[in-house]
Design a protein around this ligand. Structure first.
Ligand code: FES
Length: 120
């Protein structure tokens, strides 16, 4: 029996969901003020009928804690930083739906340079 083909998602959205324990000197992406950003992103995508073509994934630390809350959108290695609900809504409209990354919300280049080249 032939299996139906299943299309790939158009985007993967990796949202850092790391919360530091109390007393840790290092900041983290999830605090009492930011803990509902993942649900906000998921609900916004769901309301627009984008769940499926867009896969939202909870991750642990993405290594840019000082600039959190962060989320990475693939393809393209687009790392968004200092997120809020309003920024997420604009990213969904302009990047996910419109195909244009929101330049002013992307991680500054000095913190998100070219990918490290691995030796073969
Ligand atoms: S805690 Fe989110 S990038 Fe480190």
């Amino acid at each position: 029996m032939a299996m139906p083909s299943i299309p790939q998602p158009t985007f993967y959205v990796f949202k850092c969901e790391q919360a530091s324990p109390p007393g840790m000197p290092k900041p983290s992406c999830v605090t009492p003020d930011t803990r509902d950003l993942f649900n906000h992103a998921a609900q916004s995508l769901m309301k627009k009928g984008l769940m499926g073509p867009v896969q939202v994934i909870r991750t642990s630390c993405l290594g840019r804690c000082q600039m959190g809350p962060v989320m990475l959108i693939e393809p393209g290695h687009h790392m968004y930083c200092q997120l809020s609900k309003e920024k997420i809504d604009k990213i969904i409209e302009e990047h996910i739906l419109g195909g244009n990354p929101v330049a002013e919300y992307l991680m500054p280049e000095q913190y998100w340079g070219d990918a490290v080249k691995l030796q073969s």
